[in-house]
Structures are given as C-alpha cells and as structure tokens.
Design a protein around this ligand. Structure first.
Ligand code: GZL
Length: 338
C-alpha cells in the first residue's frame, strides 16, 4: 500500500510586508541602524548580487548534508547571490557568533536553521537594529516577536510525529506494543514537535506504551549508543521510534549486534526519508518512514529575492511531506534526489 501525503508547499500566515528592509537590504539603505544610506564596501549589495550570510546547524546527518547541498547549489553567483556559509557544529554559541559576524560584515540578508528553539531574541534584535532581514529555514525559534524574522520555511514537525504515530497505531498495535524513542537534539524544534505529534497520535491506543525515551542528538553514533543502553535495560522492546533516519540506522547496528533482526524482532519507524534510510526500508530493516524534505534552497532563494525587492512574503511556508512503507520505498528509491 503506497501511503502518500500531498507533497506540496502550503502557504500560511499573514503576508509580512518587507518594505522596511527594501532600502537597507540592498546595501543602499541603513545597514548600521544609524539612519541614512550606506554605500557598498560594507558587505552590502554590489549591483544585483545579494550577499547572504547563512548559519547552518552542522553536518550531523544525511538530512543535513542534503539540506546544505540544496542551499549551496541554489544560492550561487550565477543565480545572483554571494553566499557566506558557516557550520555551527550543532552549537548555538557558534550560530550566534556567525550571525554577529554577518551583521558586522553588513550582509544584505541573514538566513539560518536554529539548532534549538530558544535564546535567539537578542541577536535577532541586533540584526533588526542593523536593518538586516532574517529568514528562518528548517527549524523554528520560540520568540514571541515574529517581527524578528521575515519568513520561516520548513516542514510541520508535529504532523510528521502524528503521521508516524498513526501508522504505528493502525499497523503495529493490535496488542501490547512497548516503544523506545530516540529523540533528536534536546531543545530542537523537530525533537520537541515530533515527540508531541507521536504522543498525541498514539495516546488513544491503550496497547502503546513508551517505556524509554532519550536523545540521540540526531546522529547515527549516538543513536546506536542509546539503543545499546535500551537493549541492556529492556528485554521486551517491540518498536523503536527514531526522530530521524540516522539514529534509526544506529539502532539497526545495535539490534544486529545483540543478535536480533531489525524490522522483525524489533520494528523501526523513523523520519527524514534520506537515501540510506529508504534503502533500509526497502531491505525490511526499517518498517515505515515519514519524509522531511531537505531541499529548501529554491524556496529560500525565492523568499530572499522577494525581501530584497520589498515584496510581501509569507510569514510561514510549510513544506508538506510524503510517507513511505516498504513497497513505496522500493518504488521511489531509483528517482530519489537525496
Ligand atoms: C528537520 C531537521 C532535522 C532532521 C535531522 O527539519 O532539522 O535535523 O530530521 C537533522 O536528520 O539532523
């Protein structure tokens, strides 16, 4: 059965005027908050090139690699961009430092994927005071003040958790089902929201019990280590719910090392649908994957150009996702872009 959800972009939220940044963002406007026009030489636009400072979470997973490739392949010189790119190695302090550096350089736009939800207001206020618009990609911030960014492009992580939970409830939980959960990075929007969605979708099924839950930080290595601990502490695990494929692939290694068969003795459900995960699904080692599309480069480029042109942009662009069982993975693998 090929289960699919419309893979379309859903536009939501109120149109956010970007006129305030029209002048400043083009390098001819006020990029130091001191009023008056600034010329080039401070990192502002020279001609039509848009200077973008991007702070990436890190390189922790296959999803992140695909996301970085999409951004770097799209924000190119031939497409009218000068991309300054930094890898924060999953540390918020590195992202804050990178954003401050972009402000000092006077870039035209700052974009980033916040490694965690909280702690951004101060640095985003500094960007606003400098007249530099900010675009969020992939992950959200929990700031009360949504004037701190122009737009947020990313999937609905609560829905992803719900999609996983609904499939588990409908297909695996006709009898008692003991679940261990490999959470993503502590404090990250996808970790918080996927957990929320999975719990809400499974709360109505009395057979489903989450007997252990711990962060594996979205990495294969840490997912394997945490799964080894779960296996030592529990001899009645029926399902692993991993917040991303990479931790699920680590769990497969731990399950096999313990002499059990992943996908059979212990079922596995994950989120992302990167190539390695989809191959494991096709091979029967994972049982279901909810996609989280990482190809955000084109949307980001479009939003940045609209902001620079002073056009209104959507405050929230939701990337809708597919979901795959084994048959669907076998069918989709040959043409997967990531
Ligand atoms: C989700 C993204 C998550 C992926 C992980 O949009 O932020 O971070 O699910 C990645 O694979 O590490």
């Amino acid at each position: 059965m090929f289960s699919t959800f419309t893979a379309r972009r859903r536009l939501t939220g109120v149109l956010a005027g970007a006129a305030i940044f029209a002048l400043a963002a083009c390098g001819g406007g006020d990029t130091d908050g001191g009023g008056g026009a600034e010329g080039d030489g401070d990192g502002g636009t020279s001609g039509d090139t848009i200077v973008v400072g991007f702070s990436q979470v890190g390189a922790e997973s296959g999803w992140r690699a695909a996301n970085t490739k999409s951004i770097q392949d799209t924000l190119t010189a031939e497409n009218g961009f000068d991309l300054k790119f930094s890898d924060a190695q999953q540390k918020q302090e590195n992202q804050i430092q990178a954003i401050r550096s972009y402000i000092a350089q006077g870039v035209d736009v700052i974009a980033f994927s916040p490694v965690v939800e909280s702690g951004w207001d101060s640095v985003l206020e500094e960007a606003r005071d400098a007249g530099i618009p900010v675009v969020l990609t992939d992950r959200a911030v929990d700031s009360e003040d949504d004037t701190l960014y122009e737009s947020f492009i990313g999937s609905d992580f609560v829905l992803e958790g719900e999609m996983a939970g609904e499939w588990v409830s409908e297909n695996l939980a006709a009898e008692q089902l003991n679940v261990v959960e490999l959470q993503g990075t502590t404090g990250a929007a996808p970790a918080i929201d996927r957990k929320t969605g999975f719990e809400s979708a499974t709360a109505g099924n009395p057979n489903i019990e989450i007997i252990a839950s711990q962060t594996g930080n979205f990495t294969r290595t840490e997912g394997k280590q945490v799964m080894e601990g779960f296996l030592q502490a529990h001899d009645d695990i029926d399902l692993v719910f991993a917040h991303n494929d990479d931790m699920g692939l680590g769990a497969i290694e731990a399950i096999e090392a313990a002499g059990m068969v992943p996908g059979e003795d212990i079922k596995i459900v994950t989120i992302d649908a990167v190539k390695d995960g989809m191959q494991a699904l096709a091979d029967g080692k994972i049982n279901y994957i909810v996609e989280c599309n990482p190809l955000l480069g084109p949307d980001l480029a479009e939003i940045i150009k609209s902001v620079i042109a002073g056009e209104p942009v959507e405050k929230r662009i939701v990337v809708e996702d597919l979901a795959f069982d084994q048959e669907a993975a076998i069918e989709a693998l040959p043409t997967r872009e990531y």
